[in-house]
Design a protein around this ligand. Structure first.
Ligand SMILES: CC(C)(COP(=O)(O)OP(=O)(O)OC[C@H]1O[C@@H](n2cnc3c(N)ncnc32)[C@H](O)[C@@H]1OP(=O)(O)O)[C@@H](O)C(=O)NCCC(=O)NCCS
Length: 215
């Protein structure tokens, strides 16, 4: 499977990929509204969302990472780049989303490595993000080394409930190390994994047979 990673950096890119981004936002409704929407976006909300980010891109205040495979865009992360000179070492990550069929693969660590590479080119040293307490995302970000520097009791509201949220951060250098189990192969699913494992095992067995026959 070929996975490509693109950074969207201009309003025209956003015009091209906006529909795919909106599709992921709509799909994230099924993730308990983790990206900020508990129901699909209305036309007005979608237009306002795209206009806001086009403006950010136009002003070099953001960059958006998209991952694509044969089936299309399958993951995204938005990076807000601080424009104030004294805070330019910080970027904020949001709208992290991986399409369900690609979850649990190494795609996330590859995306995080791409974020580290991009941060380095922009002299960004610290990454921040925020998320709902005890969500899968909270556990995943903690697993990758993000630490909470602040807790907001009334962080978000969905399903008639108020949720606690954590504001987290990590140095780019440390994140790079935490993802640095090498740029991993992104496997489509478990059967893809099994096929590759069997193939490797068959090759190893064949090598051993040849070795014992001819040594
Ligand atoms: C959050 C999200 C991007 C994570 O991606 P994912 O593919 O599901 O993540 P994975 O299940 O592969 O987990 C990534 C790593 O975290 C670890 N992890 C997962 N769940 C964990 C848990 N409950 N506790 C500890 N570690 C955990 C995994 O072991 C894996 O580690 P590895 O790469 O070293 O093997 C994805 O689930 C998603 O798009 N969710 C919906 C939108 C969302 O919640 N976005 C976040 C908004 S803040």
């Amino acid at each position: 499977m070929n996975m490509t990673y693109d950074w969207i950096g201009s309003p025209s890119d956003m015009k091209r990929d906006g529909a795919a981004i909106l599709e992921m936002l709509d799909a994230s409704v099924r993730d308990d509204g983790m990206l900020g929407y508990s129901t699909r976006l209305s036309r007005e909300e979608a237009d306002a969302f795209l206009a806001f980010w086009e403006w950010q891109l136009q002003n070099k205040a953001a960059s958006i990472l998209l991952a694509r495979d044969e089936a299309g865009v399958c993951a995204m992360t938005f990076m807000r780049i601080n424009q104030n000179r004294n805070y330019m070492h910080i970027a904020d990550l949001s709208k992290g989303y991986i399409t369900p069929r690609m979850r649990g693969t190494a795609l996330l660590s590859n995306l995080l490595l791409k974020i580290c590479e991009k941060a380095k080119t922009l002299n960004i040293e610290l990454l921040t993000l925020d998320t709902r307490e005890n969500s899968r995302a909270f556990k995943v970000w903690t697993h990758f080394g993000f630490k909470s520097h602040g807790v907001l009791q009334d962080y978000s509201r969905s399903g008639g409930r108020s949720h606690v949220g954590h504001f987290m951060n990590q140095r780019v250098e440390d994140l790079g190390k935490n993802c640095q189990k090498g740029e991993k192969l992104v496997l489509q699913n478990k059967s893809d994994f099994r096929a590759k494992l069997e193939n490797t095992l068959h090759q190893e067995i064949a090598k051993n047979i040849l070795y014992s026959l001819f040594s």
